[in-house]
Design a protein around this ligand. Structure first.
Ligand code: SAM
Length: 278
């Protein structure tokens, strides 16, 4: 196993103190200091196989350092908080030519213009924009997408929504969008005490890989419309919640019982509704 101190960088606690990186809640900043944990995440992302990685929100660089120490050939990292840039520059100096840092908002970035095909994404996502960033990756216009895998930290409750199956508590719009054309599983949980400052909830590492094609054909825009409308009134029967999109006639066209509730529809049935809407 590679030596965890082979970058000769100071402990993250010292990095934070030296650069005055007091965590900002508005930027969803909860930092990981434990390099054994960040290395476990880096291995889950496949960094020990080498290759190219994209990291959103490196902060002081705990996961970035782990990705490089585990064997990533190159990491491209995008960080919104300019205060973190000097700390990240120190990591780049310790790993010459292997870390590029972009100072930007990941939600605004045209990733297809800067990332190579097959890049793997690893990130401890900021809680306040994590779902929006995931949806950006899931709704890529081209499929298979530019990324070969996602290894992401979310609040456990969001992770449960991503992997939920029909007729279970957490099944919803995010489950359908994620599983329509990806595999998704929770790898392990991370205790809130692992973060500085600790968030109010447990986190989970989720791993997703794109399927070559969706589980059932339909247009993404139609699927987004159907799921948003159906789950907008989660407890109602579909004949009621889908009224704005055609109600019973639409359901009949898709071969679905109009008294069904959205949480009981399979992803293939959502795709059938999306095709009927189209
Ligand atoms: N990766 C570090 C770790 O594991 O300790 C920090 C994770 S912290 C939960 C989230 C990071 O994302 C912060 O550094 C924050 O500044 C950054 N961030 C927040 N919003 C962002 C955005 N829209 N684009 C890029 N980075 C963002």
């Amino acid at each position: 196993m590679p030596d965890s101190n082979k970058d000769n960088l100071p402990p993250l606690r010292d990095v934070i103190a030296a650069h005055g990186l007091n965590a900002k809640k508005s930027l969803g900043q909860n930092f990981l200091f434990d390099l054994n944990l960040t290395r476990r995440i880096a291995r889950a992302a496949g960094a020990n196989d080498g290759g190219m990685f994209y990291e959103v929100g490196p902060g002081p660089g705990g996961l970035t350092r782990a990705l490089l120490a585990e064997g990533a050939h190159k990491v491209i990292a995008v960080e919104r908080d300019a205060r973190c840039l000097p700390a990240l520059a120190e990591i780049a100096a310790a790993w010459p030519g292997r870390l590029d840092v972009i100072s930007a908002d990941a939600l605004e970035l045209d990733e297809a213009a800067i990332l190579p095909q097959g890049v793997r994404i690893a990130a401890n996502l900021p809680y306040n924009v994590g779902t929006a960033i995931l949806i950006k990756w899931l709704t890529s216009e081209t499929w298979p997408p530019i990324w070969a895998s996602l290894t992401l930290m979310f609040q456990k409750e969001v992770a449960q929504r991503i992997i939920a199956r029909p007729s279970t508590e957490h099944y919803g719009r995010l489950s359908v969008l994620a599983q329509w054309r990806c595999t998704a599983k929770i790898l392990f949980d991370v205790n809130r005490g692992a973060f500085v400052p600790p968030p109010s909830v447990t986190s989970s590492i989720v791993r997703m890989e794109p399927l070559a094609k969706p589980v059932a054909p339909c247009e993404l825009a139609d699927l987004e419309r159907i799921t948003a409308t159906a789950f907008g009134q989660r407890r109602k029967m579909l004949r009621q919640s889908l009224k704005p999109l055609g109600g019973e006639a639409l359901l009949e066209k898709a071969g679905i019982d109009p008294t069904t509730r959205p949480e009981d529809l399979s992803i293939a049935q959502f795709a059938a509704l999306a095709r009927a809407l189209h």
